[in-house]
Design a protein. Structure first.
Lengths: 208, 316
């Protein structure tokens, strides 16, 4: 893939990733955030976080399908950082629009409610990943350790999906799509690991 | 953005409100045919048919900014028509509200069935502005139209053994996609203790903003219990059933820890998953939505005595 295509694709990914925020700002200025603007902003930022996180987690399994998809790796960091960016905005809606920055109320809330705990955990798990997203960090940590650390993204996504299930009304099944997608990605990773182990063992047997 | 209430005149007497309901259909039709002028008289007739004559009521809550009718009719929880807030306004149009009958049975002197026309002409329709607080922590201010449910209960002649009233909503698979999508114990069932049902604030409701209820708001007849969370106010009622024991109720069947039988608005009793101390006013701007939730939704002076001696944390 030539440099020009990569740049064009990167611009496209930036635009797509910024579109949920752009839409909120555009509608906000037109006083058009719907009957419940707080919920509109909360849902938009929450959905963007989860979707981008799951899309970023799809990169590795997709690349394994074919060597021709290797270039996808160039977009993983961008997607992951955008997921974190929307996660921060989502957290801000909670701190500001829901709690009015009332620390005592927040502490009370976090202690009592598992969906907030799960959401906080999801955000906290992304924090070290965002902090170590530079090439310098990869070199400093070493590829293996960096990779191990960045598997936290799966844990964060699981926390994020749990957060979603725990806030919808009992009996409501809207989080099912994103849950299934994440499950497929997790299973793909497990299947890959299992296959590698089998082939490694097979290798040992032939050698002996 | 709020509409300010300009005067004390009931809504039905001021504006021949060009039915918000029919406006979209009318515009589409007009655009499609390019004969807006021809269609206008028909639209006006439809608007008149949806109007209700209302009288003022001392039980109306004064001094509140009304939630715009657009929000009241597009932001709904009516799970028979889907989970999303805009599902009911999209899907409820297929429900037929004429003819409509309500059966009154159980512990009554005699089982009776009344038509919606009989109910509408039974007593003068009052305009009552009430706060409306959803268990999901959002709220509205709605000018309802109806009369006290006690009028109907007195007419129904319940037996002294009757201690509770159960309300059953329409269950029609042909027009209600939510019945298949959502695992509630259908048909939607709600209930009140007899003294709650007899309280003058409990409204047998036929309209809002001076017009008949839009389908998505529970047409043609619903109850409104302003000091309780919104889900207690059953919509599109087909049966009123008097019992000696506490009736089962739909959300309580689903999650008894989250939705109590009483479900009085109470800022001191949190929902297990979120705080009830504050609420978001629908229709307000982003940074003006948040406001404190009032005990019994601000109707404590009238209704607190119903719960004397009761532990409201236990009977939430």
């Amino acid at each position: 893939m030539n440099k020009r295509t990569v740049v064009a694709l990167k611009v496209a990914v930036w635009l797509v990733c910024l579109s949920p925020l752009a839409l909120l700002i555009f509608n906000g200025f037109r006083n058009n955030l719907g009957p419940d603007p707080t919920a509109t902003v909360t849902h938009a930022t929450g959905f963007a976080t989860l979707r981008l996180l799951v899309i970023s987690l799809a990169i590795t399994p997709l690349r394994r399908l074919s060597p021709r998809l290797g270039w996808l790796i160039r977009f993983r960091r961008l997607l992951g950082l955008f997921a974190f960016f929307y996660g921060c905005l989502h957290l801000l809606t909670y701190l500001w629009l829901y709690s009015g920055f009332n620390v005592a109320a927040m502490i009370d809330d976090i202690g009592k409610r598992r969906y907030i705990m799960a959401g906080m955990a999801a955000w906290l798990l992304l924090l070290p990943l965002a902090a170590t997203s530079t090439n310098w960090s990869i070199r400093k940590l070493g590829g293996k350790r960096w990779q191990a650390l960045h598997r936290l993204a799966y844990l964060s996504a699981i926390c994020g999906v749990s957060h979603y299930w725990w806030i919808v009304k009992t009996g409501v099944r809207t989080p099912i799509t994103i849950t299934l997608l994440l499950a497929v990605l997790l299973l793909a990773r497990i299947a890959w690991l299992a296959r590698q182990r089998v082939s490694r063992q097979a290798g040992v047997v032939t050698a002996g | 953005m709020f509409i300010k209430k300009a005067s004390d005149i009931p809504y039905s007497e001021i504006t021949p409100k060009n039915a918000y309901l029919n406006r979209r259909a009318f515009m589409t039709g007009a655009a499609a045919l390019g004969v807006a002028g021809l269609l206008e008289p028909r639209a006006a007739m439809a608007a008149d048919a949806t109007k209700l004559q209302t009288v003022k009521s001392p039980l109306s809550t004064p001094g509140l900014q009304l939630t715009p009718i657009k929000d009241i009719t597009t932001y709904n929880n009516f799970y028979e028509f889907g989970v999303e807030k805009d599902d009911p306004s999209k899907n409820a149009g297929k429900m037929k509200t004429r003819p409509w009958k309500v059966t009154v049975d159980g512990l009554v002197k005699q089982k009776k069935t009344v038509t919606i026309e009989e109910l509408l002409s039974f007593k003068p329709i009052e305009e009552r502005v009430y706060r409306h607080r959803c268990v999901e922590a959002w709220s509205m201010v709605i000018p309802w139209a109806g009369y006290s449910l006690s009028e109907l209960i007195n007419w129904a002649e319940p037996l002294p053994k009757a201690k509770y009233v159960q309300f059953l909503s329409l269950e029609d698979f042909a027009v209600m996609p939510g019945l298949r999508e959502i695992d509630l114990n259908w048909p939607y069932s709600e209930g009140l203790r007899m003294d709650e049902a007899m309280h003058p604030l409990t409204l047998l409701t036929f309209g809002l903003y001076g017009e008949v209820l839009p389908n998505q708001d529970g047409a043609p007849v619903r109850i409104v219990v302003p000091w309780k969370y919104g889900f207690k106010s059953a919509k599109s009622i087909v049966k009123i059933h008097f019992t000696s024991d506490q009736p089962h109720t739909a959300w309580n069947d689903m999650a008894p820890r989250e939705y109590g039988f009483y479900s009085n608005v109470n800022p001191n009793v949190d929902h297990p998953r979120w705080s009830q101390k504050t609420e978001r006013r629908i229709g307000a701007s982003l940074f003006e939505q948040r406001q404190p939730t009032l005990m019994f939704n601000g109707y404590g002076d009238q209704v607190a005595s119903l719960y004397n001696g009761m532990d409201l944390k236990k009977y939430f």
